[in-house]
Design a protein. Structure first.
Length: 306
């Protein structure tokens, strides 16, 4: 079961599709192997990057069952939903299938601190003893959760065991969380997203690792390991080698298409297909990704990582 000690790299997994938009279940096996071979200590499925909103309930469960059957690392499942009934139902099914925990983002429309606090009280009640990750991603949800509200949720809800930190800018939030736990508040795991853009700084501030879907998960593995070993300069050198690709992936509306293109090119999945609505990467963009990948490989050779 997921708990407060989780650390390392929980790679956010894509959902592979065939060119006709059907689930590509066979690619799930290769994708899981690829993530594990490149340093994942856990996996997160059915997140926003996993196109969860485009899947039926039956497809969602199929994906979870296939991933869990392929791996022995903890699997976190995104179960965010407009209502608690759907959230509760999917959570029960995925936990029965072997998931380690679930992830919940706030619904849109929450504006006051009390509304957010009440929402997560209701989440904890609906999920029962299922451990959950609080996904703090205001750029996508439109819900800004202040540090003090997160700390109150942690205090009130023992089953909240991880913060998926994706505020931007949000480094001060990590500092506030760690200062609070140093002063006696319950310490939970903090894994960070944002495509890895600020990973070295997030680790310096006290994060326990990464939870994001960058198409080169080995970058997160090497950076997190170096930072945890106290080798900050080494971590930054590694990060710098990947930075042009991290930057390119961060383009709004294009990030997932870029990631799926890269993952297909690397053999992790058979096709870079996005399920509709969602467009394929255009030719010029694909050529730009290819150039970045070649230059990245050269820098990694200089670091002894290729």
């Amino acid at each position: 079961m997921l708990d407060e000690t989780a650390r390392g790299v929980y790679t956010i997994a894509v959902t592979p599709f065939l060119p006709n938009g059907a689930l590509d279940l066979d690619s799930i096996d290769g994708m899981v192997d690829f993530y594990l071979e490149n340093g994942a200590t856990g996996l997160t499925v059915l997140g926003m990057m996993g196109e969860a909103g485009k899947l039926s309930a039956e497809e969602s469960l199929l994906v979870v069952q296939r991933v869990v059957a392929r791996t022995g690392v903890p699997v976190v499942v995104g179960v965010s939903a407009p209502g608690f009934a759907a959230m509760q139902s999917l959570s029960a099914q995925v936990m029965d299938a072997g998931a380690a925990g679930v992830m919940v983002a706030p619904v849109g429309g929450l504006r006051s601190d009390q509304q957010i606090l009440t929402y997560y009280h209701n989440v904890a009640e609906a999920l029962g003893d299922v451990p959950f990750v609080l996904q703090d991603f205001p750029l996508a949800t439109g819900v800004v959760i202040p540090s003090q509200v997160i700390l109150q949720i942690i205090a009130d809800c023992p089953t909240c065991v991880m913060l998926k930190h994706e505020d931007w800018p949000g480094l001060d939030k990590i500092t506030a969380m760690r200062e609070a736990s140093d002063a006696g508040a319950r310490r939970i795991s903090i894994l960070c997203g944002n495509g890895g853009l600020y990973l070295t700084e997030e680790m310096q501030r006290g994060a326990d690792g990464a939870m994001t879907g960058f198409a080169y998960p080995e970058m997160m593995h090497h950076v997190v390991a170096a930072m945890q070993a106290g080798e900050g300069d080494r971590a930054r050198d590694i990060f710098d080698a990947y930075l042009p690709m991290v930057r390119y992936e961060a383009q709004p509306q294009m990030g997932l298409a870029i990631r799926k293109y890269s993952l297909a090119k690397r053999g992790a999945i058979a096709h870079g297909t996005l399920r509709k609505p969602g467009a394929a990467l255009q030719v010029h963009a694909a050529q730009e990704v290819d150039v970045l990948a070649d230059r990245q490989a050269a820098r990694l050779r200089d670091l002894g990582l290729e």
